[in-house]
Design a protein around this ligand. Structure first.
Ligand code: ADP
Ligand code: MG
Length: 322
């Protein structure tokens, strides 16, 4: 039982950034409007995530840490129309299998539930006063899986992975105020204004705002909206491209190429734009079940969508008289 949890954990939890991703996604699923992430030593020592979302009722707190328990899928149909970010019910169990976890959660301000786990075992559960929402602290990740710990890279590498994850989640949810601090230094603070362009400037610097142009487009299957930079903004690398399908950050080589193709010769070879594109489509057109971390997706009409992306970028850039 414990071994199988650790194996499952290895698939979902590869590094500190995986923990942050899963916990922030849970906060988003819980309809939080404020999410605060604090880490120490790039997450290798501690990661804390607190949200003002729905909280977990007392009777479900311990259950939430059992493998394959999710409150987000109740029937087979749901599996095909995945709306929430989490849907496998593996994250909390996986994290608790390879770290020391404390959670304090309450469905309304007052008495909530505090639970402590380590190595997949519940050590303590008690009533504890709490605000509404959920606070999770994860310590000593991989303390009981030394082989996994060896794969964790330098503090800088892990920190940049975590920053990437948080940036993407903040961009996907401009209506959520997000803060992120490493060793108590605030690295990111979004206002939760709901305004995507403002969120982009909060993440990438104010000056970037003047360099961005809005994109909107649609065909029968797809809708496209967001902002892309003018070609002269050249400090961008591939991490500055953020593609979201139905609100979920995804990686897709063909779509990234389609975006760059829209710039044609305006963008120097090997350069990337800063781009935040929201693509919406019928969930039937996208298969998110390819990998447990759910970033790689399979698209049924990839060529059609690529064409839509390229054409729309060409149009907005063409209208700029560059
Ligand atoms: P999943 O997100 O796939 O359902 P998780 O293991 O991440 O699985 O979480 C298990 C369950 O715990 C969720 O379905 C949800 O009911 C509850 N939960 C986890 N985190 C939170 C949170 N921050 N706020 C409210 N409920 C949460
Ligand atoms: Mg989850």
């Amino acid at each position: 039982e414990q071994l199988s949890n650790q194996i499952a954990a290895g698939e979902v939890i590869e590094r500190p950034a995986s923990v942050v991703k899963e916990l922030v996604e849970n906060a988003i699923d819980a309809k939080a409007t404020q999410i605060d992430v604090g880490i120490e030593d790039a997450g290798l020592k501690t990661m804390t995530i607190s949200d003002n979302g729905l909280g977990i009722p007392k009777a479900q707190v311990a259950l939430a840490f059992l493998p394959h328990t999710t409150s987000k899928i109740s029937n087979r149909d749901d599996l095909f129309r995945v709306k929430s970010l989490g849907f496998r019910g593996e994250a909390l169990a996986s994290i608790a299998a390879v770290a020391k976890v404390t959670m304090l959660t309450a469905t309304e301000a007052g008495l909530g539930t505090q639970i402590e786990l380590a190595g997949g075992k519940v050590l303590d559960q008690k009533r504890q006063s709490s605000r509404r929402g959920t606070y999770v602290a994860v310590k000593d990740l991989f303390y009981n899986t030394p082989a996994r710990l060896k794969y964790v890279k330098s503090v800088n590498t892990e920190l940049s992975h975590i920053a990437d994850i948080i940036n993407r989640l903040a961009l996907a949810h401009p209506n959520i105020a997000v803060t992120f601090a490493n060793n108590h230094n605030i690295l990111l603070k979004t206002s939760g204004s709901g305004d995507l362009l403002r969120t982009i400037t909060e993440i990438y610097s104010i000056g970037v705002g003047r360099q961005m142009i809005e994109v909107t487009g649609a065909d029968l299957d797809f809708k496209l909206s967001g902002f892309v930079s003018l070609p002269k903004l050249t400090r961008a690398n591939r991490n500055f491209v953020s593609l979201f399908i139905n609100g979920r950050y995804i990686k897709n080589y063909a779509l990234t190429r389609a975006l760059i193709a829209g710039y044609g010769s305006k963008l120097m070879v090997g350069r990337y734009p800063l781009a935040v594109l929201n693509l919406t489509m019928d969930p039937f057109l996208v298969d998110v079940n390819v990998h447990p971390t759910k970033q790689e997706v399979r698209l049924s009409k990839e060529d059609e969508l690529s064409q839509l992306v390229t054409t729309n970028i060409q149009q907005v850039l063409g209208a700029q008289n560059l």
